[in-house]
Design a protein around this ligand. Structure first.
Ligand code: NAD
Length: 283
């Protein structure tokens, strides 16, 4: 296995993204960095108009908007804290005023506040649960309200709406020192599945993506030195780190009618991390 750190060059293949989302209206939370940025850009390449939600970093958000407009789609940067009920409601009002409706929600915003369990503060716990889990509830609720109000528009999509929840391999893999984060992702699994079951009869599709190790600012220390990268690769049978575009392609597929019969599923995009690689040589 080659454990050289490919710092500058993407490790992901350069596969084209097809126009499967033309005219659809998408909102991506946490879209000015990492995975959310990659997803927003891919949705735009697929033809969707995109709201780029972010909480800080105006310049980075505006850069994503500029890139999206370069694809000939509409784009709007909107600053809102997804853990705030008022700010989320205002963001959806603005999106509907400007774009007319919403077809695709990508619930991506998330963070870590790591700590040994005995030292974890209530603030660390509440921040992670508030943004990673309650934030997904608040955004999904607004989206579902609009999907139900509008219903299916056959010229746009077979479904009345699509929600993609960004989970993690840590909805399955326990993670010492990250109890708040792993709990939030375990919660997303049940939120996603319960909501999918509830709204499928209204032809709303709710699914999740569980990324493995993706090269973004959230986990820089796991890949930015040769030693860290080599150690990380012991957890990844496929032998390379994931890139935001690996997740973005999965999101485009889950948002499109190509996946119309996929309901309530978590798609693991993890290079095999959940295959228990420690057992590859025995166990
Ligand atoms: P990142 O730090 O690059 O991006 C996180 C984004 O969330 C940023 O745009 C940030 O501004 C936004 N955000 C944070 N708090 C917010 C709030 N209160 N309201 C609105 N936006 C907020 O990290 P990333 O790696 O791109 O993570 C994106 C998602 O993917 C997260 O949910 C994360 O848990 C998940 N994930 C990442 C990995 C990985 O290896 N990078 C693996 C599994 C899951």
């Amino acid at each position: 296995m080659n454990a050289t750190v490919p710092v500058l060059k993407s490790t992901a293949p350069n596969v084209p993204i097809h126009k499967t989302l033309t005219g659809q209206k998408a909102l991506v939370t946490g879209a000015n960095s990492g995975i959310g940025r990659g997803v927003a850009i891919a949705l735009g390449q697929a033809g969707a108009d995109v709201v780029v939600n972010y909480v800080e970093g105006d310049d980075a958000a505006n850069a994503v908007v500029d890139e999206l407009r370069g694809f000939g789609v509409q784009a709007l940067a909107y600053k809102a804290d997804v853990s705030s009920e008022e700010q989320v409601a205002a963001m959806f009002r603005q999106m509907i005023a400007q774009f007319g409706t919403i077809d695709i929600l990508v619930n991506n915003a998330g963070l870590q506040r790591d700590s040994a369990f005995h030292a974890m503060t209530l603030a660390q716990w509440n921040t992670v649960l508030g943004i990673n889990l309650t934030g997904q509830f608040l955004c999904a609720r607004e989206a579902v309200r609009e999907f139900v109000r509008r219903g299916v528009v056959p010229a746009v999509s077979c479904a009345a709406g699509k929600i993609i929840c960004m989970s993690s391999v840590h909805q399955e893999i326990p993670w010492a020192g990250h109890a708040n984060y792993a709990t939030s992702k375990g919660g997303i699994k049940m939120l996603m599945e319960s909501l999918a079951q509830e709204v499928a009869p209204q032809r709303i599709r709710v699914n999740a993506i569980a990324p493995g190790a993706i090269r973004t600012p959230i986990n820089t220390s796991a890949w930015n030195t040769p030693e860290a990268y080599k150690q990380l690769m012991t957890l990844v049978p496929y032998g390379r780190i994931g890139e935001p575009v690996d997740i973005a392609r999965a999101a485009v597929w889950l948002a499109s009618d190509q996946s119309d019969y996929v309901v309530g599923t978590t798609l693991f995009v993890d290079g095999g991390m959940t295959l228990y690689p420690g057992f590859a040589t025995g166990g």
